[in-house]
Ligand binder design. Structure first.
Ligand SMILES: [Zn+2]
Length: 319
């Protein structure tokens, strides 16, 4: 009986694009992607998601009774038990919305909704670097910093679903203001956005000729990749921004090891594309502030699934 319901739909709701995949938990059979953005109404967005899902089931001859359910990965604070979205910063049309209920009615299928960082943590634990390990903490470093903790195959969400929010741990109470309202959150110190802000300041103050050259004088074109590139080429200002961000990140992850002592820490997100240029100094930074035994027990790696988290994150809710 269980075998019959082998298909899973995964919906990944991103701020710029949305994807729908059809999977059996082992393979992705098909995928449809379309642009999202703020201008798309809630109704149109949902209609497109439903349309794409029906298209995929028709293409593969999948019947409703063969489908286990729909997994939805969504940014922002939400209630995964009810499938209710409190606030969606990148897709505001989905804020204060009973997403699961609406999709359940339209598709006549079971629905699970989860925060995107938690989805990424879950699929990395089940299919990526956490395979064969009892627990994994996932951290994504891109425009923001998100995290998720999986123990024995289960997401640890916390009482109010706020567990794993490493990006909003305050490491410097006098530091820069975070978008969440607090000061000196890790996200405000070490995210791609934080590095971009510091790099633009450095160029404006005439402290980095190399980054100025890389952005051809247009500071709006500077991002975390500019910092990485200039740091690799030895630009002192870029090197300092890169190094400081890694020190803060190391401090945050050292705290994770001291508190939950995970088997694996997996680092994902756009900034992790820097590979060993990030991972080597990060591992050293973690080592400096962690109990030696705990440090040795934790495997610190780059997330194995990379860009594929967008496909597998939502699917993993039904695996
Ligand atoms: Zn914050």
């Amino acid at each position: 009986m269980k075998k019959k319901k082998k298909y899973i739909f995964g919906w990944d709701l991103g701020g710029t694009k949305v994807s729908v995949v059809l999977s059996d938990g082992r393979r992705i059979f098909s995928k449809r992607v379309f642009p999202s953005g703020r201008s798309l109404s809630r109704k149109t967005l949902l209609r497109q998601l439903v349309y794409c899902s029906r298209l995929l089931s028709r293409k593969h001859g999948v019947l409703r009774r063969q489908i286990r359910g729909i997994g939805i990965s969504c940014p922002g604070p939400l209630d995964p038990v009810r499938g209710f979205i409190y606030h969606s910063p990148n897709l505001p049309q989905l804020s204060r919305f009973d997403l699961a209920k609406s999709v359940r009615t339209k598709m006549q299928l079971p629905v699970k909704v989860e925060n995107d960082a938690n989805c990424a943590a879950l699929c990395e634990a089940l299919k990526g670097s956490g395979k064969g390990h009892s627990s994994l903490f996932y951290v994504t470093v891109s425009t923001g910093i998100g995290g998720g903790f999986v123990a024995d195959g289960n997401l640890i969400r916390g009482k109010n679903f706020g567990a794993g929010e490493l990006g909003h741990v305050v490491l410097d109470p006098t530091g820069p203001r975070c978008f969440c309202g607090k000061r000196g959150c890790l996200e405000a110190l070490a995210s791609g956005t934080a590095m971009t802000r510091l790099a633009r300041e450095a160029v404006q103050k005439g402290r980095s000729r190399m980054m100025k050259k890389l952005c051809k004088g247009d500071i709006q074109l500077i991002d975390a990749f500019t910092v990485e590139k200039a740091a690799r080429r030895g630009d002192p200002a870029a090197k300092k921004i890169w190094k400081d961000a890694i020190q803060w990140l190391g401090l945050g992850l050292s705290g994770v090891i001291q508190i939950v002592n995970p088997s694996v820490i997996a680092v994902g997100g756009g900034v992790s594309q820097a590979g060993s240029f990030l991972m080597n100094p990060l591992t050293q930074a973690i080592r400096k502030t962690t109990w030696p035994d705990s440090f040795r027990a934790t495997k610190i790696v780059r997330a194995k699934l990379g860009d594929r988290v967008a496909d597998w994150g939502a699917v993993s809710l039904w695996m």
